[in-house]
Design a binder for this molecule. Structure first.
Ligand SMILES: Cc1ncc(COP(=O)(O)O)c(C=O)c1O
Length: 279
């Protein structure tokens, strides 16, 4: 249920219909980007990292994005919202039929405000059950890393995950058999004190939470390896956790039917996240 929406400068309260153009290229081609931001007691968590990713991806894709104006409008939009989840959607704007964009068309900016996710606390404390998806992600170097609006693969994978009874997340690999991420998360694992995560040059979303954790790992002096790994590598790990900017960190307590334990490095990183949230 959307609590509030904002479309190109016009605010719509809950129950009002917020119109978007039928010529919007976000609708026609997924030609745009989005951010999903946790709002904790009215404060947008990791906003600088979200805006940096949005701006960097918009620059690569050639979509106009004035993050200073955007930030001011967004801060006004979330005023007095308490705990919530917000989305920023930036599309290339309108065009006629056909892939070629109109270079003169202004981009389109949408903000949406949702209730807070309220995941059960046990998922972060005791851990989650993770499955392994069979459907592979395509290799897509032009789009890898960006949080673009083409999310059909995730729509299919989320349905596959829903078919695994009791599973909260699932490992997703690409067509070459390299683990990329979770269905709606990034993934890390630890073996013999070294932290591993997939490099995301050919598929996957370079998550803001992943970025935050990479900074924290470097601050803590943890050794990190980013590379190409398989599901077998992940299943051999001492600790596995998933992360995204809404729920933070979910340690795995079961991977592909095998019991495992949230470990000390995961717990230390969860502590960094709690400190960031001020909880
Ligand atoms: C496919 C996918 N990968 C990774 C992430 C993590 O991104 P972030 O940390 O920016 O929330 C998400 C978040 O929704 C996602 O959908």
């Amino acid at each position: 249920m959307i609590r509030r929406a904002w479309v190109n400068g016009t605010l719509f309260e809950q129950g009002e219909i917020a119109p978007i153009s039928v010529m919007d290229r976000g609708l026609a081609y997924g030609d745009g980007l989005f951010e999903t931001i946790r709002i904790e007691s009215g404060r947008p968590v990791l906003l600088p990292l979200h805006l940096a990713r949005l701006k960097a991806s918009a620059t690569v894709l050639g979509i106009t994005c004035d993050t200073v104006t955007l930030e001011d409008a967004f801060i006004d939009f979330i005023a007095e919202c308490g705990d919530a989840a917000a989305k920023i959607i930036l599309t290339r704007g309108d065009s006629d039929r056909g892939y070629l964009p109109d270079p003169e068309a202004p981009s389109s900016l949408i903000f949406l405000l949702y209730p807070a996710m309220n995941w059960p606390a046990e998922l972060a404390c005791e851990g989650v059950v993770a499955a392994v998806c069979q459907q592979p992600l395509g290799i897509s170097p032009m789009l890898a890393g960006h949080k673009h609006l083409n999310r059909l693969e995730q729509v299919l994978l989320r349905q596959e995950l829903a078919g695994f009874a009791g599973a909260h997340e699932a490992l997703v690999s690409d067509v070459d058999g390299h683990v990329v991420e979770g269905v709606f998360s990034n993934v890390f694992w630890i073996q013999h004190g070294i932290v591993y995560t997939p490099c995301l040059n050919r598929a996957g979303v370079r998550g803001v939470m992943r970025q935050f954790l990479l900074q924290e790992m470097s601050r803590l002096g943890l050794q990190l390896c980013e590379g190409n790994y398989t599901v077998t590598d992940v299943l051999a790990a001492d600790e596995v956790f998933f992360c995204n900017s809404l729920y933070g960190i979910w340690p795995a307590r079961q991977m592909a039917g095998v019991e495992c334990q949230p470990g000390p490095i995961t717990r230390r990183l969860q502590q960094c996240w709690s400190e960031m949230l001020g909880t």
